[in-house]
Design a protein around this ligand. Structure first.
Ligand SMILES: *[C@@H]1O[C@H](CO)[C@@H](O)[C@H](O)[C@H]1NC(C)=O
Ligand SMILES: *[C@@H]1O[C@H](CO)[C@@H](O)[C@H](O)[C@H]1NC(C)=O
Ligand SMILES: *[C@@H]1O[C@H](CO)[C@@H](O)[C@H](O)[C@H]1NC(C)=O
Ligand SMILES: *[C@@H]1O[C@H](CO)[C@@H](O)[C@H](O)[C@H]1NC(C)=O
Ligand SMILES: *[C@@H]1O[C@H](CO)[C@@H](O)[C@H](O)[C@H]1NC(C)=O
Ligand SMILES: *[C@@H]1O[C@H](CO)[C@@H](O)[C@H](O)[C@H]1NC(C)=O
Ligand SMILES: *[C@@H]1O[C@H](CO)[C@@H](O)[C@H](O)[C@H]1NC(C)=O
Ligand SMILES: *[C@@H]1O[C@H](CO)[C@@H](O)[C@H](O)[C@H]1NC(C)=O
Length: 408
């Protein structure tokens, strides 16, 4: 009974730890793995380095902040270009030291050791009776796995603001679970900010950036099936290895870089999503894709039925012919969110007058188009095969062709 208590109480764990914890010293040859009982500490600055030397995990302080965080970055590039941060919401103050320890019970715990005692500020909440190892993979994924290689937890399932090769941005259509990316609060604070990004929960292939969790701020348009988003035709993302995949219940975007150049997508604290390619130590990261950039790319910039024109850095909103601002007062004050409404109601009920026909739910349209083209394809195939077959029967001379057409 004492032993049970012993394993489940972190302060007791510490007592135990004093005796058996094997801290990895920073001068040792780099390793990519922690074994149960081993730890990294702020005091000696030890890190894990992926086997290919690309990624490093350790403690860092972002920008001007002196708070300490556990993060992953590119070993040979700036520590500031993190791809993942563990304790985003629970920083360790500069005055405290901390250890990241893999417990014998299979939990990865970050423990702050300050004046007020030892506090677990972050953990993976995992447990395993069998021996567990923590490994920083060559892809930059921090993986906690049991001895039978079953994955208990991985950082790729808990993304931050950065999307890199091998990660998913998608949804499980059965459970609704999504990989949601969230921006930092500011360049100095990795706590979750106001913008998040992910796949449309209603099932389309559109990516969204939301403000305050649910308010659409940007959308990509549907994936056109091969090369790009319909809404942003100007940079072919597929040339960077970006693609959409359906695998069982999972629908997601991912990418595989076509060469050795490093690529990362970052959702900035201000809601802009940028993608960077590393162009070497002297040039650093070059961005090749940013969204939204122009004001009219922002979702509903001029409200429903509003007409948006980019005018330098501003959105110039006007109304469509036959429409007027829903609220003149708000519109003049620069608040366009209510948009415009028709000046005169449509006379659809009277024969001969112009009007609109209500479409069925537009999400079915894609299916209708696909179904349409599939049947058109089958008919075409049938016609061609009959034609070829007839050519065999009637010969391929002009007479044969005429006979073939006639028979069709
Ligand atoms: C990182 O830099 C070291 C030292 O310059 C070098 O030996 C190593 O190959 C580099 N690793 C990568 C992945 O570029
Ligand atoms: C916190 O843990 C360290 C060992 O990692 C130990 O030296 C120290 O006494 C502990 N402090 C408290 C208040 O338990
Ligand atoms: C672990 O559990 C705690 C308490 O339920 C929660 O606040 C924390 O976010 C969890 N950690 C992770 C990495 O999910
Ligand atoms: C631990 O490993 C043994 C042997 O590999 C296996 O039979 C057992 O189910 C495992 N236990 C857990 C909790 O994974
Ligand atoms: C987030 O939004 C709230 C109100 O919606 C605002 O007060 C706050 O300043 C915003 N934070 C950042 C970092 O922009
Ligand atoms: C990889 O391809 C991109 C073009 O998509 C190019 O700009 C970059 O220089 C290439 N990198 C290498 C290492 O060849
Ligand atoms: C948001 O911040 C990024 C990075 O600082 C910057 O490149 C981008 O232009 C900003 N976007 C807007 C709309 O201000
Ligand atoms: C703009 O108007 C809408 C109502 O149409 C209101 O909900 C919103 O708070 C207003 N925004 C600002 C910034 O005043």
């Amino acid at each position: 009974m004492f032993f049970f208590f012993f394993l489940n109480h972190s302060s007791f764990f510490f007592f135990f730890c004093l005796v058996s914890c094997l801290a990895i010293p920073s001068h040792a040859t780099p390793t990519d793995t922690l074994k149960p009982g081993q730890s990294l500490s702020t005091i000696d600055g030890a890190t894990l380095v992926s086997a290919n030397g690309l990624f490093e995990l350790g403690f860092f302080s972002p920008g001007k902040s002196s708070n300490q965080y556990v993060a992953i970055w590119y070993q040979n590039i700036s520590k500031q270009d993190t791809i993942w941060v563990a304790n985003r919401e629970s920083p360790i103050p500069a005055s405290s030291s901390a250890i990241l320890v893999l417990t014998d019970a299979g939990n990865l715990e970050l423990i702050s050791q300050g004046a007020t005692g030892n506090v677990t500020v972050w953990s993976t909440n995992t447990s395993s009776l069998n021996m567990t190892t923590l490994q920083l993979s060559n892809e930059g994924n921090l993986v906690l796995q049991s001895i039978q290689n079953s994955i208990l937890w991985q950082s790729f399932d808990h993304p931050g603001s950065t999307f890199i090769q091998g990660m998913h941005m998608g949804i499980n259509i059965k459970t609704g679970a999504r990989q949601l990316y969230t921006c930092w609060r500011s360049p100095d604070d990795p706590a979750p900010g106001n913008f998040s990004m992910g796949l449309d929960p209603s099932g389309s292939t559109q990516l969204f950036i939301w403000k305050d969790g649910t308010v659409p701020y940007w959308r990509s348009g549907e994936w056109n099936g091969a090369a790009n988003f319909l809404g942003i035709p100007w940079v072919p993302l597929y040339s960077k290895g970006f693609f959409f995949e359906t695998e069982g219940d999972q629908k997601y975007y991912t990418f595989t870089a076509c060469n050795d150049s490093l690529i990362r997508f970052v959702l900035h604290w201000n809601g802009t999503d940028s993608s960077f390619m590393y162009a070497g130590a002297s040039q650093g990261w070059e961005d090749f894709w940013n969204q939204p950039v122009k004001q009219c790319e922002i979702y509903g910039a001029c409200g429903p039925n509003g007409l948006c024109r980019n005018n330098g850095d501003l959105a110039s909103c006007s109304r469509l012919d036959g429409y007027q601002p829903k609220s003149n007062h708000a519109w003049k004050a620069g608040n366009r969110s209510a948009g415009c409404i028709r000046q005169a109601a449509l006379g659809c009920l009277n024969k001969g007058q112009s009007g609109y026909k209500k479409l069925q739910d537009s999400s079915n349209r894609r299916i209708a188009i696909i179904a349409g083209s599939v049947s058109a394809c089958i008919v075409l195939l049938l016609v061609v095969s009959i034609f070829i077959w007839r050519q065999f029967v009637f010969g391929s001379g002009p007479k044969g062709i005429c006979l073939s057409i006639l028979v069709l």
